[in-house]
Design a protein. Structure first.
Length: 142
């Protein structure tokens, strides 16, 4: 008999969810390192950087934009179907819209606490966060 049993299908779904959870954890860990590096750098507005750091217009760090990045992520991913992501944003990242939050804590939470059924949800958020971090990295490089 070559047909697929219910157990086979359930195993494949569980394996796929486990893979997504590992993928989210790995991606969050990678982004954590990237964020920590970029957040300590300055952002160059209106001048080239590469990094001679002639910051006559002030020294603004990427980290200074952390709350705006979290607000963007919340606005984009804050629908009720994303309740696990919202819970991570609020409880582990300390996110309060327009007031407080930590990208570092958000990434640590996704890396360590994403369960199998919820694994797909953080991946889209992580992709958007990756693009945001890249944009600050480009500003630093000028």
């Amino acid at each position: 008999m070559t047909g697929k049993t219910g157990k086979d299908k359930a195993f494949r779904r569980k394996t796929a969810a486990g893979t997504a959870a590992r993928t989210a954890a790995i991606e969050a860990t990678r982004l954590l390192g990237k964020w920590l590096r970029v957040a300590q750098g300055h952002v160059s507005f209106g001048m080239r950087c590469s990094c001679g750091m002639s910051m006559s217009q002030g020294n603004i760090q990427a980290q200074d934009f952390e709350l705006q990045i979290l607000d963007y992520l919340f606005g984009k991913h804050g629908d009720p179907s994303a309740a696990p992501v919202l819970a991570i944003l609020r409880t582990r990242a300390g996110y309060r819209p327009g007031e407080a939050g930590s990208i570092t804590e958000l990434l640590r939470a996704i890396a360590t606490e994403t369960s199998e059924p919820e694994a797909e949800l953080p991946l889209a958020l992580l992709r958007d966060l990756d693009r945001s971090i890249d944009s600050f990295d480009e500003l630093h490089r000028g």
